[in-house]
Design a protein around this ligand. Structure first.
Ligand code: FES
Ligand SMILES: [Fe+2]
Length: 428
């Protein structure tokens, strides 16, 4: 066997190289600790500002990991606020709908009314209460801040860290990515019977691509002479992480320049892949030049393709704890793996493209949508089986190779945040 350097782990010796316990994936107690010490104590991505273009636009995000249902709303002043979806009278949920537009929120139980800032403005039969001071009975606000158009909430109204302090050490050099120009969104939502970390793990390594995606997109990843799909590089921060992957420029999916720059890059991608994948090649050809905006690689911020590789395909960014943000030159994926219980996860997968101006562009986008759906189904095919297998108790630990360092980093960060040390036994 040829000796390969363990490049990613060599950069982060403090993460160790040993096996990782599976208790965090199956333990009810671990999940309770995650709820109280992690999810209630950190910033959580809930959506994008484009979802709330007008005053009165709102959506509701249920967050079982915080035991919370949160209303996110654009106020008349134009700012975005977040508050608990809990009436101050007898605690009914104020909003039942997933999203909408309103001038006021009316509780459907006894009709109390709140304005867009959460102030109590109307109480039927108010005289029958006992010295009711409306000022004391507004909706309970939570912290809400915006990073690059992404709305984050923190259920602690006075978080220990601002969102900027949370994001910038790792992602300051991604700021300026054209998120705001990619407004054509498609999405899937599903619930999976597995732990949220188990689902996220399947998206924070590319070791599985050759196998799980062997018949779909495996050819888009650059393969070394030994057959290995080695990442370009990885970064492990205090909380977040990033993995950069190289593409096979002779494939439809592996050459981002084929769509953004066209020309020689397009010809190269089409030349060898057209025979093997004629429909995807036709979609690529039809889509070239169809987007409202072009995205020259050299204009991307420094943190996107931070290794500067000519073969760069995309970066996986995992924003702690559960937000997967994959950046490519012409589209991005924003997935959340929201825990519901220790063995149940809500996956919200959103993909954002620029608006397309041509029929060919729309065809390309529709094709990519269907293709990605199939790839996601391949990813999901292992999750519930892996969860069941973890719960058999047949194995107590998993082992990781060099390219799976993000899985290890995720474990180490969570252990630290929970105040555990890796050696600490987890009670049954
Ligand atoms: S519970 Fe909302 S008005 Fe009574
Ligand atoms: Fe995958």
């Amino acid at each position: 066997m040829t000796e390969v350097p363990h490049r990613l782990h060599d950069k982060y010796p403090e993460l160790g190289r040993g096996p990782i316990p599976i208790e965090p994936y199956i333990s009810e107690q671990y999940w309770q600790e995650e709820k109280s010490k992690l999810f209630r104590k950190t910033w959580l991505h809930v959506g994008r500002v484009e979802e709330l273009p007008k005053a009165g636009d709102f959506f509701v995000k249920d967050l079982p990991a915080c035991d919370a249902s949160i209303i996110i709303v654009r106020t008349k002043k134009g700012d975005i606020r977040a508050m608990h979806n809990v009436c101050a009278h007898r605690m009914n949920q104020i909003v039942y709908e997933e999203r909408g537009n309103t001038r006021k929120f009316f509780c459907k139980f006894h009709g109390w009314a709140y304005d867009l800032e959460g102030n109590l403005t109307g109480v039927p039969d108010e005289d029958c209460f006992f010295d009711l001071d409306r000022c004391k009975y507004g909706l309970t606000t939570v912290a809400c801040e915006i990073w690059q158009g992404f709305i984050f909430i923190h259920v602690d109204p006075n978080p220990a860290m601002t969102l900027a302090d949370f994001m910038e050490p790792m992602y300051g050099n991604v700021e300026g990515y054209p998120f705001d120009k990619m407004t054509s969104c498609f999405s899937w939502t599903t619930e999976v019977d597995c732990n949220w970390k188990l689902a996220l793990d399947a998206f924070q390594e590319a070791y599985h691509v050759a196998y799980v995606h062997g018949n779909s997109i495996a050819d888009s990843i650059k393969t070394e002479s030994g057959g290995s799909m080695r990442p370009l590089d990885g970064l492990c921060g205090d909380y977040h992480r990033r993995l950069s992957l190289a593409g096979n420029t002779k494939t439809v999916y592996g050459n981002p320049k084929a769509v953004t720059a066209g020309g020689a890059a397009l010809e190269e991608a089409l030349a060898e892949s057209a025979a093997a994948k004629p429909i995807s090649a036709a979609a690529l050809k039809a889509g070239a030049g169809g987007a409202r905006y072009e995205f020259p690689m050299e204009e991307l911020p420094e943190g996107v393709n931070w290794t500067g590789s000519p073969d760069w395909m995309f970066d996986i960014n995992v924003v702690f704890p559960d937000f997967y943000l994959s950046l490519r030159p012409n589209y991005f994926q924003a997935y959340n793996f929201r825990p519901i219980a220790h063995d149940r996860t809500l996956v919200e997968a959103r993909v954002y493209y620029p608006e397309m101006l041509t029929a060919g562009g729309r065809f390309y986008q529709e094709y990519m949508k269907v293709q990605l759906r199939d790839v996601l189904l391949e990813d999901f095919s292992t999750l519930e089986r892996t969860q069941s297998a973890c719960e058999t108790g047949a194995k107590s630990h998993m082992i990781l190779q060099d390219y799976e360092i993000m899985v290890r980093h995720a474990f180490e960060v969570i252990e630290r945040v929970l105040g555990r040390t890796p050696a600490e036994p987890i009670p049954a």
